[in-house]
Design a protein around this ligand. Structure first.
Ligand SMILES: Nc1nc2c(ncn2[C@@H]2O[C@H](COP(=O)(O)OP(=O)(O)OP(=O)(O)O)[C@@H](O)[C@H]2O)c(=O)[nH]1
Length: 369
């Protein structure tokens, strides 16, 4: 009667644990497996119950879960990354039959000498292990030991341990699939970030391109509405760049564009600043949380930093080196302005200020507000 009661209790517990495992989050799975082996260990009157997992190459096995009866020695720390060659007979049995039953360690055959020595070292008298197999792949095994005295494993205990191995196999398989899914998801996110960086970057100069500018100006307009702070937009255009190209050649023209882009990039380093190549020999800068004085200072700094590059431009007619003209517009937003319309208006205003700077003799800036 006692045996029947024990069996009923075990079956109930295993059924509860397997439904918990089905619904468990990956973080809870570890704990659930510990409870499953504890349930089996208690049911089978074992002194120790454990799970080993093989590595991908199936050359090493690691004790990943262990339950020990109170007062018995735990071995999990000694049994990390154990070579399967250390226990060849055992491994062959598990691989071939997915089952290893020893009622009396002292009666192991001579070819299992390595196993006998190991079991003696761990004071094991009887041992049973069942392979954990998922999708025809041997992932590891679950087993238990009797240390105090020998035990003849019953067919019912074998059946129950096979059930436990099956539950663990499904759980590990699910965990692996989950880990693979997370890995794939991370790879995709990384690829997307890279792609986004590529489509937002200007191929020649390496700074942001017009597409990135369009996105940024919209975000900055939203921010300036939220924070009720002024926003400046500058359009920067290289003076007489056609003459430069005609005189020095297109390749050197490219180098000059890179030089100007780097100088602008170095200048607009604040988090709230942004610079992009707008197209051809035109650049744009967005300055957030600013005011008229700060914007004028920025314009003067950038005119000066391009002059300071001292890129020779013999055919400029303005200076012996490369210069730029700047058109700027500073806007203090109302709360409910149309963002697209405002972006267009800011570009048009900065563009007409640039036109004035060009008409007034170039190598200078004009700011509208
Ligand atoms: N090397 C090089 N030149 C470019 C590139 N993109 C545009 N350009 C040249 O930039 C020049 C722009 O000429 P324009 O629009 O007439 O302007 P500009 O000569 O600078 O005259 P202003 O702006 O009025 O001072 C053209 O000669 C284009 O070929 C580029 O990627 N590389």
């Amino acid at each position: 009667m006692d045996a029947i009661n024990t069996q009923v209790t075990f079956n109930q517990l295993i059924s509860e644990l397997s439904s918990r495992l089905i619904n468990s989050e990956p973080a809870e799975t570890y704990e659930c497996i510990e409870e499953v082996i504890e349930a089996f260990g208690s049911y089978a009157g074992a002194d120790r119950c454990y799970v080993f997992e093989f590595d991908d190459a199936v050359v090493n096995m690691t004790n990943t879960h262990e339950w020990v009866r109170d007062g018995f020695e735990a071995h999990i720390d000694d049994l990390q990354s154990v070579g399967i060659d250390d226990l060849p007979w055992f491994f062959n049995e598990i691989k071939t039959h997915q089952l290893f039953i020893v009622n009396d360690v002292e009666l192991l055959p001579p070819e299992a000498d390595a196993e006998k020595q190991e079991f003696r070292r761990e004071h094991i008298k009887s041992v049973i292990c069942v392979g954990i197999v998922a999708k025809h792949q041997l992932l590891g095994f679950v087993g238990c030991d009797r240390v105090q005295k020998k035990h003849r494993w019953t067919p019912e205990e074998v059946r129950c341990l096979k059930l436990v191995a099956n539950i663990i196999a499904n759980t590990l398989e699910r965990q692996r699939t989950y880990a693979e899914l997370i890995h794939t998801q991370r790879e995709l996110e990384k690829a997307n970030r890279l792609l986004h960086a590529q489509v937002s970057q200007d191929g020649l100069t390496g700074i942001a391109n017009r597409r990135a500018f369009d996105e940024r100006i919209h975000n900055e307009i939203q921010r300036s509405m939220r924070e009720q702070s002024a926003l400046s937009l500058l359009i920067i255009d290289i003076d007489h760049f056609k003459h430069y190209n005609d005189h020095y050649g297109h390749l050197q023209g490219d180098q000059a564009l890179k030089g100007v882009a780097n100088a602008l990039f170095d200048l607009f380093q604040r988090n709230t600043d942004f610079v992009a190549r707008y197209g051809g020999e035109e650049f744009v800068a967005v300055i957030s949380a600013t005011d008229r004085k700060k914007t004028e200072d920025s314009i003067n700094h950038l005119l000066e930093s391009v002059r300071a590059l001292q890129i020779p431009h013999e055919t400029s007619g303005i200076a012996p080196y490369l210069t730029v003209s700047v058109g700027g517009y500073i806007h203090s937003p109302e709360t409910d302005e149309d963002i697209d319309a405002l972006a267009e208006k800011m570009i048009a205003k900065a563009d007409s200020a640039l036109y004035r700077a060009k008409s007034d003799g170039r190598n200078r800036g004009c700011l509208d507000y």
